[in-house]
Design a protein around this ligand. Structure first.
Ligand SMILES: Nc1ncnc2c1ncn2[C@@H]1O[C@H](COP(=O)(O)OP(=O)(O)OP(=O)(O)O)[C@@H](O)[C@H]1O
Length: 257
């Protein structure tokens, strides 16, 4: 579903992604991890065709740098790390914006479009919020609304940029379980940048670790999430516990004086 060879993104004279090779199968959940500034958001934006990138990039049947915005929006949906919310729109309006790539040009939404939105409102427990101004939501409420907007696009590929950073532990599981169920039922391909390494390994059965714009590890959670690698790449002290659902990464506090 996704194939990149030598994907490179420069910001000024600095390479932010320096030749990334990546393949993601149809229906796979790939977790992207790596320290701040490693290039995770840049990679997702390049896959969505939002920024210029060089190298060979295919997403679905398209080159994100050349395909039309409308075509890319029917193939790929991005849940951004920092959503921009226009003034004066309700939660329902914001989610409905996700239907735009499916509407006829200059057309209005059909009953089917409303059904898609209603279903997502229901599945994400957003019923009490639909009439609220989207600018008046808490960070976690907005994160769920923005996921609903991305899912309303009914994409083949869902790119998630820190999808649970503002969510409490219950909503983290609700949101990730919903995405998992859509992956299994509809064959959705998921690429999720995540800082929580335990969640990354529980949902992504494959993890790519970036550092300094390059892939430094690619494999199963058990292969990638070792205490030594996390110490090397993140400079973090952790203990990794082997558990049936995937490795659990526990941060260890430094010694007390
Ligand atoms: N528009 C820009 N101009 C210059 N540098 C940029 C720009 N956007 C990103 N960068 C730099 O590119 C590098 C990678 O940024 P990116 O946002 O992809 O990292 P990330 O892995 O998603 O980080 P984080 O975990 O902090 O969200 C960073 O050093 C960042 O400062």
């Amino acid at each position: 579903m996704i194939s990149c060879r030598g994907l490179r993104v420069d910001r000024g004279s600095t390479p932010v992604l320096a030749g990334v090779d990546l393949d993601v199968d149809d229906g796979e959940w790939l977790a992207i991890v790596g320290p701040n500034g490693a290039g995770k958001t840049t990679l997702l934006h390049a896959l969505a065709g939002l920024i210029p990138a060089s190298g060979e990039i295919r997403v679905g049947d398209h080159d994100p740098g050349r395909a039309s915005r409308r075509l890319m929006s029917r193939t790929v949906a991005l849940m951004p790390q920092r959503p921009v919310v226009p003034d004066g729109v309700t939660v329902r309006d914001l989610i409905t914006l996700g239907r735009t790539p499916h509407l006829p040009r200059f057309g209005v939404g059909s009953a089917d479009d409303r059904t898609v939105v209603d279903d997502l409102v229901d599945r994400l427990g957003l019923g009490a919020l639909v009439s609220r101004p989207a600018t008046a939501l808490s960070g976690g409420e907005l994160q769920r609304v923005v996921l609903a907007r991305a899912l309303a696009q009914q994409p083949r590929v869902l790119l998630l940029d820190e999808p649970t950073s503002a969510l409490d532990i219950g909503h983290q599981q609700q949101v990730l379980d919903l995405v998992q169920s859509l992956r299994i039922s509809d064959g959705l391909t998921v690429v999720a940048a995540m800082h929580d390494l335990t969640l990354a390994g529980q949902y992504g059965r494959r993890i790519v670790m970036l550092d300094g714009g390059a892939v430094v590890a690619d494999g199963t959670p058990e292969e990638v999430l070792t205490a030594d690698r996390i110490a090397d790449v993140y400079g973090a002290r952790v203990e990794v516990l082997d558990r049936p659902g995937g490795p659990v990464v526990l941060p260890l506090a430094g010694g007390r004086p």
